[in-house]
Design a protein around this ligand. Structure first.
Ligand code: ATP
Ligand code: MG
Length: 173
């Protein structure tokens, strides 16, 4: 993360398999780490990133430090198991955004479109609906949902929905 929300200077973290806990005082940037992951994976909603407009992800400055002109996040995924359909054992996804609102995306340092990233991730269970991130209140919503809604949620997370839609289409013909 560089220039992303409270992370003005380049900051990196390693997420090992298993559970990682991020601990710190209120307002120290724990949730900003989760926002960075959602953002680099293509999140387009300012509200989902807890901001008013998309530019709010760019470091806005503090009393001792001037605002920055761009935010950048790179997420490097271990692909030795080939979960992502690309011929690299490590896949780096980068998103960069300028105050003009313009965004740039890269896969392993090569410019690409957001669509290329969405396609790369589409069968990995990461998906567009971001069910990999369960925000505050979402768990409650799921526990209190009707059984059908809860099933749709699980089906989407598991990537079953698109096969069911294709089946329904085939049966209709
Ligand atoms: P809590 O324990 O209350 O949930 P937290 O550790 O999750 O706190 P965050 O919400 O991640 O905290 O971080 C909030 C901090 O990030 C605030 O101090 C806010 O000023 C700062 N922040 C958010 N966006 C920006 C920005 N664009 N530029 C600079 N600082 C920012
Ligand atoms: Mg928080």
């Amino acid at each position: 993360m560089k220039g992303f929300k409270s992370f003005a200077s380049a900051t990196s973290m390693r997420l090992e398999p298993g559970i990682t806990c991020v601990v710190g005082p209120n307002g120290s940037g724990k949730s900003n780490v989760v926002d960075a992951i959602a953002w680099v994976l293509g999140e387009q909603g300012a509200k989902a990133l807890r901001g008013g407009k998309m530019e709010d992800v760019i470091f806005a400055g503090t009393s001792g430090r001037a605002p920055l002109g761009r935010a950048e996040v790179t997420l490097t995924i271990d692909n030795t198991d080939g979960a992502l359909p690309i011929d690299y054992t490590e896949v780096s996804i980068t998103r960069r955004m300028f105050r003009s609102g313009e965004s740039e995306y890269e896969i392993n340092g090569n410019h690409c479109r957001l669509l290329d990233i969405q396609e790369l991730l589409s069968d990995s269970g990461i998906g567009r609906e971001m069910h990999i991130i369960v925000g505050q209140g979402r768990l409650d919503g799921m526990l209190h949902a009707k059984p059908e809604d809860r099933r749709a949620f699980i089906e989407e997370a598991a990537g079953v929905l698109k096969h069911r839609k294709r089946k329904e289409k085939a049966v209709r013909k």
